[in-house]
Design a protein around this ligand. Structure first.
Ligand code: NAD
Length: 476
């Protein structure tokens, strides 16, 4: 299906189980591969937020009273409804933020359904009621949850909040990213088709400064669950403090990937590129710093260069393309300026580089880029670039590798390649919320979240459900 302005021009907010026209103007959604407008969504206002919060508040007692096992059954149905809409969701995400279509079907549209069904299975792991001494501990929903999400995995970031919040009995007002809001329309339809009552899940479109802040400041919102930049997370913490609401923050990252002496280098090279260039590198957990033994840097860089030059960049609707455009022209400017900065600061350009790609000047296409000999304290090694830019950093010994890995303000994820026990001992020394050894698989049951300025709290797994509960102790 091709997404046209006409097709999506009926977009409205989703409040109390139905489409509601916005009370302000509209925001265009731009296809970064072509520069064309694919849809317009309402530019929400504080009044739209009020209306959605009132809907969520009214639905709360009924939803909180549904047995957790029945809520889990509805989540399983929701996962089926999402799966049934996989192609629509994938096409919408490719049109709005440029993810290659093959990856959109699997990662952008497939993972959210997977996370939803995995969350349903956690129902039996959560201690909804337990006895401790002379107390009964009861886990209750926090209440009305405001969810605020970014554009890089537009539906995945939504479902890592919505699925556990629903399982725990909360009602939700979602504000998706302005750049990539379209898949949430299909989610709203799936929620209704699954039989989840009207008002339990609501969507208000609009900007962070208007709709986002209105949600964060709202006295009738009990919790904010935010995924996005560390800068916006800081502002949200400040605004939320006035009403002492619970805040979960999933923020930026600058993940280190340590290749040990006993690593399988060919496998490390292949998996490093898959991880750091999937979604055009626009992933919070991307392994953007590759730490290698100094005496093996030349050999590893040569293999990286050969593997990198196999990557196809181009039209994201082409089934064979692995790297599409960046999500917007703003992203292009940002990533391009970091590539220029890396060169100016003296890193060795191995492949890629700044500027438009001949033949692809019409879209936000950037060359996947590798730098070697990167100073661990330089700008490109310290700041989140959020594009397909890999920095290779040499280390002399493992203590130095761990110190470089831990030497940023972030602490989201990490990776180690090496003999398993050896790699495990290094993983334990890394100040991050998740570590992948030898390219292990993503686990939707494992908690995900950051140390340091990568955030507070955890999503996914039992811990991710418990984030959305209050604990009441009743003494007998
Ligand atoms: P962003 O912080 O600019 O925006 C994220 C969301 O917050 C958007 O919906 C935006 O409208 C809203 N927002 C912005 N300012 C706000 C404010 N003052 N009050 C309320 N809402 C506000 O981030 P982005 O550019 O959309 O996404 C990229 C960032 O997200 C990167 O830093 C990336 O690392 C991070 N991210 C983190 C994770 C994680 O799980 N830790 C996952 C994906 C992305």
């Amino acid at each position: 299906m091709t997404y046209t302005h006409e097709h999506l021009s009926t977009y409205g907010h989703w409040i109390d189980g139905t489409t509601v026209p916005g009370q302000g103007g509209t925001n265009d959604v731009i296809n970064p591969a072509t520069g064309e407008t694919v849809a317009a969504v309402p530019a929400g206002t504080a009044a739209d937020v009020d209306r959605a919060v009132a809907s969520a508040r009214a639905a709360l007692p009924g939803w909180a009273a549904v047995e957790p096992s029945d809520r889990a059954a509805l989540l399983r149905r929701l996962a089926e409804e999402l799966t049934a809409r996989n192609e629509d969701i994938a096409q919408a995400i490719t049109a709005e933020m440029g993810a290659p279509i093959a990856f959109s079907r699997l990662g952008q549209a497939g993972f959210p359904a997977l996370v939803t069904s995995a969350t349903a299975e956690l129902e039996s792991d959560v201690a909804w009621t337990e006895k401790v001494g002379n107390s009964v501990l009861v886990r209750e929903p926090v209440g009305v949850v405001g969810a605020i999400t970014p554009w890089n995995f537009p539906l995945q970031q939504v479902m890592t909040k919505v699925a556990p919040a629903l399982l725990a009995g909360n009602t939700i007002v979602l504000k998706p990213a302005e750049l990539a809001p379209l898949s949430t329309r299909f989610l709203a339809e799936a929620v209704a088709a699954a039989g989840i009552p009207a008002g339990v899940f609501n969507v208000v479109y609009g900007s962070g400064s208007v709709v986002g802040e209105a949600l964060v400041a709202h006295p009738d919102v009990d919790m904010i669950s935010f995924t996005g930049s560390t800068q916006a997370g800081r502002r949200i913490s400040t605004v939320a403090a006035n009403t002492i609401k619970r805040v979960g923050l999933e923020l930026g990252g600058k993940s280190a990937n340590i290749v040990l002496d006993d690593a399988d280098i060919d496998s490390a090279v292949q998996q490093t590129l898959v991880n750091s260039w999937t979604n055009a590198g626009q992933a919070c957990g991307a392994w953007t710093r590759l730490l290698v033994p100094a005496r093996r840097q030349a050999e590893i860089v040569q293999k990286l260069k050969a593997a990198a030059e196999q990557y196809s960049v181009g039209d994201p609707t082409d089934e064979s393309v692995r790297v599409g455009p960046l999500a917007s022209e703003g992203q292009w400017e940002r990533v391009n300026s970091y590539i220029e900065r890396g060169i100016a600061d003296g890193a060795t350009l191995v492949t890629g580089g700044p500027g438009r790609i001949p033949g692809l000047e019409h879209g936000a296409y950037i060359r996947p880029t590798i730098f070697a000999d990167v100073d661990p304290n330089s700008v490109i090694a310290q700041e989140e670039i959020f594009g397909p830019v890999l920095s290779v950093i040499a280390y002399e010994d493992e203590d130095e590798a761990v110190s470089i890995a831990n030497g940023t303000v972030y602490g989201l994820t990490g990776a180690v390649f090496g003999a398993q026990d050896h790699a495990l001992s290094i993983a334990r020394r890394m100040e991050v919320g998740q570590v992948y050894i030898n390219g292990a698989d993503f686990n939707p049951l494992a908690p995900f979240g950051g140390y340091k300025q990568s955030g507070t709290g955890r999503e996914l797994g039992r811990a991710g459900v418990e984030e959305f509960t209050e604990v009441k102790a009743i003494q007998l």
